[in-house]
Design a protein around this ligand. Structure first.
Ligand code: GDP
Ligand code: MG
Length: 435
């Protein structure tokens, strides 16, 4: 989806003025991209009609940068389609009861474990309940997960009545001062009446605070139908999108909220127990648009970056005074932040470009050597670095002159890019992160 949308916007880049004609063709491209990503045709059409209406307003037609404004309109619409704000998750109660429902293989058991682990980290004391009574392996799977994350699992191997198991578990949890009970239920490969009745019975018996419908985001259009069928029966409180790590098309996230009008509360990717994320429409929209997950990046950066310093840096970038000394400092900080490739992948537009490139964390050693060979004056005044100085820097760093020249050129390009980023509101959100 991302590729297709980028393609659609590319048509607009370089257009000095937006016209009704190029709005129409861009919108058509966007619609096709959405439909290709398994978004229901009706939803895609409605979505793009709204975008078109907004784009045809005076503002866009006369805008200085039509393509950027168009991106903003599409992004805002995506955000609102996915629910706007992050939806609250309620785990308060004595105990709070969370019911997990969905098809077999959607990731219910894995998610239950992740949720328990997530709540445990927030100093809650969760219990997992194995209410999938049909497959002994399912109970065993939950038991193993519980052991792995250090969370109690309520198991009744002989009991074939999931309603009873759930009730027993809640009573037991109360007596042990556990404050959250997560009930992992059975699923079938397709929607069927017996399964629906069973989950509905559990719901009626235990009155859960939260009923989470778990859906595999890789199932595309089917996800929407399943979401609807479950909602008709359970009137759930939220959706969990799993398997967002795979080669997932974004369609499910876009369509589900629209179809059932229930918020997506969590997204899950990977099988490790610590990869559960609260769903933020804004972030998802940015990701879909290929803007990179800027917010996450900024959050990570904030953990490491000194705010005072960041402000100074921002000012320098704004005045186009970013120099080699700043660059060196940035490199050092980035190294401290962890895996370089992961971090770079979060920078807008970079993720796809470096997907297949092997970037080792010491890829910047050569660059550091070159900066180290500069005098403080040169670092602070990149413009003074002429041919003679370049020769000296090459010698000092053990590089050849071509490498120094290439690096100088890249640095200049980076400064140009920073200048551009700064003209966009986004640039201000990520001071100094272009290194
Ligand atoms: P359940 O039948 O709904 O309980 O589904 P499970 O939790 O047993 O998951 C079914 C399969 O999908 C298992 O092999 C899981 O390891 C895998 N799985 C679950 N969640 C994810 C995810 O977010 N990403 C990936 N890649 N695999 C997942
Ligand atoms: Mg299961």
């Amino acid at each position: 989806l991302q590729d297709r949308l980028e393609g659609a916007f590319k048509n607009l880049k370089g257009e000095a003025k937006i016209t009704e004609l190029n709005i129409a063709s861009t919108v058509k491209e966007i619609r096709r991209a959405l439909v290709d990503a398994d978004v229901n045709y009706k939803i895609a059409k409605e979505f793009t009609d709204t975008v078109k209406d907004k784009a045809e307003g005076e503002k866009v037609i006369n805008a200085i940068s039509p393509s950027q404004l168009m991106v903003k309109i599409v992004k805002d619409e995506l955000v609102s389609l996915m629910g706007g704000e992050a939806a609250p998750f309620n785990a308060k109660g004595n105990p709070a009861v969370i019911l997990i429902a969905g098809l077999q293989g959607s990731g219910k058991t894995t998610f239950s474990g992740k949720l328990a682990s997530y709540l445990k980290k927030q100093k809650m004391s969760p219990v997992l309940v194995a209410a999938d009574v049909y497959r002994p392996a399912a109970m065993e799977q939950l038991r193993v997960l519980g052991e792995q994350i250090g969370v109690d699992v309520h198991l009744e191997l002989e009991n074939k009545n999931p309603v009873e198991i759930a009730q027993n578990a809640i009573r037991d949890a109360r007596s042990k001062n556990k404050n959250v009970v997560i009930i992992d239920t059975a699923g079938r490969l397709a929607i069927d009446e017996a399964m629906m009745t069973e989950v509905a019975n559990i719901k009626n018996a235990v009155n859960p605070q939260e009923i989470l419908f778990v859906v595999d985001s890789m199932t595309g259009q089917d996800a929407v139908n399943t979401a609807k069928a479950f909602n008709d029966r359970l009137d759930y409180t939220g959706v969990v999108l799993t398997k967002l790590d795979g080669d997932t098309r974004g369609g499910a996230a876009l369509s589900i909220k629209y179809t059932v009008n229930k918020p997506i509360k969590f997204i899950s990717s990977g099988e490790k127990m610590d990869t559960l994320d609260v769903f933020y429409p804004e972030r998802m929209a940015q990701r879909i648009l290929g803007m990179g997950d800027i917010t996450t990046l900024v959050e990570k950066a904030q953990a490491q970056f000194d705010e005072e310093q960041a402000k100074k840096l921002e000012k320098k970038i704004r005045k186009n005074q970013f120099d080699f000394a700043d660059f060196k400092q940035q490199l050092e900080q980035i190294k401290r932040m962890g895996n370089l490739k992961d971090l770079m992948a979060m920078i807008p537009g970079v993720g796809k470009a470096i997907k297949d490139i092997d970037i080792s964390d010491d890829a910047f050693k050569g660059i550091e050597a070159m900066i180290n060979s500069m005098t403080p004056h040169e670092r602070a005044n990149p413009d003074v670095i002429d041919g003679n100085r370049r020769k000296r820097i090459a010698k000092g760093s053990g590089k050849d002159i071509a490498e120094v020249n290439a690096f100088m050129k890249q640095f200049e390009q980076m400064r140009e890019m920073m200048k551009m980023m700064n003209k966009m509101p986004m640039g201000r959100m990520m001071p100094g992160m272009m290194g």
